[in-house]
Design a protein around this ligand. Structure first.
Ligand code: PMV
Length: 330
């Protein structure tokens, strides 16, 4: 095979990843736990071609020319070329059906889809853990999007990162939740997650305490998921989100991903919960708010979010499958 197409969904972390123990290999400083989301997706096709003199990468129909973004993809493809022992350049076409680089986890679905499409096009037969290791080299959170449903990223201990991959905890059929994504801004976020993490690690006095609390949150989240205990999962997810942001806020200079609408949504979710609606929020490295509720409360929850001043749109997602190959052309 020289060409393959893969589809992957983003995932949203319920126990956050925020800190690296190795920057080059994207090795996390702590474990994390997520839910893969259907309703948002990346489709990527990769074709290796002897005739190409360099990698050609198209995102949503536009050729990537920005050196940093292109270099990130090329470095990733170099790893695939190294693994396959063949030095051919690739034509990559990728489409996201949701905003890119806005804190909506586009790098997670992007590198999960690229890992699967590129490894298949290069005839590498990788296990799920090997694919997860490969995806991690592109973006730490991408390692989790290899799996459907709930996934846990293992922190691992080896310096080469071979034991730092995600594992599936429960598939997408385990729990019929909804995750509503309240969009609060247009455009790209000001500070990417890698830079945000580095700044937090190097200057936040709250970084070490943040990392120290993650194992307890992982255990609590695992138990809540196994028992389908919505309230318990909400407690751990909000706590992990707020502690991650607290560690970033305490960096020097402080990193603030939120806008006024983000804060209004936090209050709105907490008020709705106080009034009896089962609902909780989480926020990644951006201004949007992801709100979880049981499937039967989706409409009520969406109405509340749309009423919050400054909310531009609400995307509705649900537990989704892991990265998989498609046999059609893009
Ligand atoms: O995968 P990265 O390097 O884009 O980092 C993801 C960081 C967060 O989205 C904020 C948290 C997470 O665990 O996904």
């Amino acid at each position: 095979m020289t060409k393959a197409t893969a589809l992957a969904h983003p995932n949203i972390a319920l126990v956050k990843y925020w800190g690296k123990r190795d920057q080059r290999l994207n090795l996390p400083a702590s474990a994390s736990l997520s839910l893969t989301l259907a309703g948002m997706e990346t489709r990527t096709s990769v074709e290796f071609d002897e005739a190409l003199e360099g990698d050609l990468v198209e995102l949503n129909g536009v050729l990537l020319t920005h050196a940093h973004n292109l270099q990130r993809v090329t470095a990733f493809l170099d790893r695939v070329r190294e693994m396959s022992g063949r030095r051919r350049f690739a034509r990559v076409q990728t489409h996201n059906n949701f905003p890119t680089s806005a804190g909506l986890a586009s790098s997670a679905s992007a590198f999960a889809a690229l890992a699967l499409a590129a490894s298949a096009a290069a005839d590498l037969e990788l296990s799920a853990s090997e694919l997860s290791v490969l995806a991690r080299l592109g973006s730490g959170s991408a390692a989790r999007s290899i799996f459907g449903g709930f996934a846990e990223m293992k922190v691992g201990h080896r310096p080469d990162g071979q034991d730092s991959f995600a594992v599936g905890l429960a598939d997408e059929a385990h729990w019929d939740l909804r995750c509503l994504v309240a969009i609060t801004a247009h455009g790209e976020k000001a500070i990417g997650s890698t830079d945000g993490m580095l700044q937090t690690m190097s200057s936040s006095p709250y970084y070490d305490p943040w990392i120290a609390h993650v194992p307890g949150d992982i255990e609590a989240a695992r138990q809540a998921i196994a028992a389908r205990d919505f309230e318990a999962l909400g407690v751990v997810a909000e706590r992990s989100c707020l502690r991650m942001h607290a560690s970033a806020l305490a960096a020097d200079p402080g990193i603030l991903y939120w806008n006024p609408t983000t804060v209004r949504l936090i209050h709105g979710v907490r008020l709705a919960r106080a009034q009896g609606l089962p609902v909780f929020f989480t926020i990644d490295a951006g201004p949007h708010v992801k709100v979880f509720c049981p499937a039967n409360e989706r409409a009520a929850c969406e109405t509340i979010l749309r009423d919050v001043e400054g909310v531009l749109d609400v995307l509705s997602t649900r537990p989704g499958p892991g990265a998989h190959l498609l046999d059609e052309r893009l």
